[in-house]
Design a protein around this ligand. Sequence first.
Ligand code: SF4
Length: 229
Amino acid sequence: RDLAVLDARVSGCRACPRLVSWREEVARVRRASFRDQDYWGRPVPGLGPADARIAVVGLAPAAHGGNRTGRVFTGDRSGDWIFAALWRAGLASQPTSTHVGDGLELTGVRVAAAVRCAPPDNAPTPAERDTCNPWLARELALLPRLRVVVVLGGFGWTAMWPVLAGAGYALPRPRPAFGHGAEVTLSGPRGELTVLGSYHVSQQNTFTGRLTEPMLDAVLSRATELAAG
Ligand code: SF4
């Protein structure tokens, strides 16, 4: 219930003028191409149950993916990758996510983005990342069983440390370098939390082979192993 309240609040956020303008302009221009759908054009909340032991944190919604459907990672190729991988890992009820109400259910995992509004060129500014960070902090705080955070990409990796510091976790100095398969275990008020790095499921990684399905599966397998411990 608290997550539902948070989801409703984040959906109404207008704190970043550039992103508010962009997300709404995209929705206005593209709505005509999707007449059968209610083009979202607002911040995209996270998805998954409050008893999740794993969180997966991406970069930001795509203009015609989450920004269109209103559900994180839903409706674009990045989502095709992550939901198929979650399904293979036993964390999703189906391998695809096309629209709200398509039957998808997540088990043991919450999926969210470091920045909740679609940015131009998929590139939020550091200031926008910092402005959006409190939403991620509140979301993770509402997952009392959280044991593992899988961070997709270096942008989310950078966004994660102030969130975890604010939650009382002791952070190593210097900050751990991002890499695929990077693993950092932290101690905090709720016990141990492990942060895992993965290349982002963006097309520039998946089309080029920088990120392969076995590579993503290996990170999620490690996450489920840690979450079960
Ligand atoms: Fe609000 Fe985050 Fe969207 Fe900025 S990016 S307007 S902080 S939801």
